[in-house]
Design a protein around this ligand. Sequence first.
Ligand code: UGA
Length: 435
Amino acid sequence: MKVAVIGVGHVGLVTAATLAHFGHEVLGLDEDASKIESLERGVAPFYEPGLQDLLDEVLGSGKLRFTRDAARAIDGADCAFICVGTPARADGEANLLAVEKAALAVAGNATGDIVVIQKSTVPVSTADRLHLMFAKATIHNVRLVSSPEFLREGAAVEDSLNPDRILVGSDDPRAHELMKELYAPVLGDSCRYFEVDIHTAELAKHACNAFLALKISFANALARVCEASGADVDAVADIMGSDHRIGREFLNAGLGYGGYCFPKDLLAFKAVAGRLGYEFGLLEEVIKINRGALQAAVDKIKDALWNVESKKILLLGLSFKPGTDDVRESPSLNLARALTRLGANVVGHDPQANKFAVRELPGLQVVDDLYEGADGAHCIVICTEWPEFKDLDLVRLKGIVTLPIIVDGRNLLNEEAVVGAGFSYIPTGRPPVNL
Ligand code: UGA
């Protein structure tokens, strides 16, 4: 099939490359000139494991091409994916301006009947607006589909090539037939295919992200009680997780959830529920606990350092999670902001995200060599659980820091090894050691 993908960010680019890998003719459209320029040179504009190899393959075969010209992208397309950003407005509602613009680009440039697949995360009933808009803006028949994406950054290529589920929502039977054809090569034994009405698909995406965030906030609330009582939050999570009805994933306490999706999706889900007449107070609590997780880390650092002013604090990990260079809504950067406000001298190090961290937080000092950052530090904080931080040379670190204090915001390190090397160790959700 001939496919247009509008918006080649984390979701759009991976979707475009996957569809091209499975043999479709794909044109990626984006208004960001630097992104398209980079892709035309064959270079992925962000780090995602496996993405560059996949791009090499589909650019080589000619199945994937890029353009900034909407008419070129939409001309003759059987379907168009909308994969643009839906950031939060000040009142929490999703800002759907980019979705509207993308839909208008399809309507204005369609050369025949077309299937429009809404992949951006949007509040339930967005499809109604799109239906109205298409009815006015084009003479062609637009079959509308909501097919939210469930891929995780850091594992996006793997998730996209081997999805655990495909969700297709539409009120148009012919659109369902076409979507089955389009997705046919991706459907393996381990992939469930959900064919539902369009509102169910829109809402299911918000429900999934909200529930995952709820699990994380539950773990973070538990962590506070564990710290106060002397219990161990990881052991509690293991015990809970061994009950298959609960499951162990997303019960890791830490600095809270971040990233482009959960923070805005929680706000948007709460806002749309309120607009529909249901006050979803549980979501408000999830958001509050998430803020509390970061504040708990700030309090521990303050406690350990006494006066934070002018103390050097090294933050290890700046991306919102390992395996990505994405720093949007990163808890690490929020921690950097909070500590800077307290007068600390904050230095950051990330295996991939240094460049984007400085762009997001100008003035943040970053180092490529973490030992350079640790030189003279009064406190080291593990913010993101990059695997390479597990192998810190603790003896070397002990020799160069001013104060041997490690705050482990992700419970990544081996407590015995850290304490054995002479550090005070302040983990998350269990009592500090050697303070
Ligand atoms: C999330 C969902 O997991 C995907 O299914 C979804 O497709 C995506 O949002 C989206 O809507 O596009 P992602 O934002 O890539 O994916 O990241 P997650 O792996 O979900 O992690 C989100 C945040 O939660 C990170 O900051 C992570 O550190 C934190 N987290 C995760 C915890 O603090 N504890 C956990 O146990 C798990």
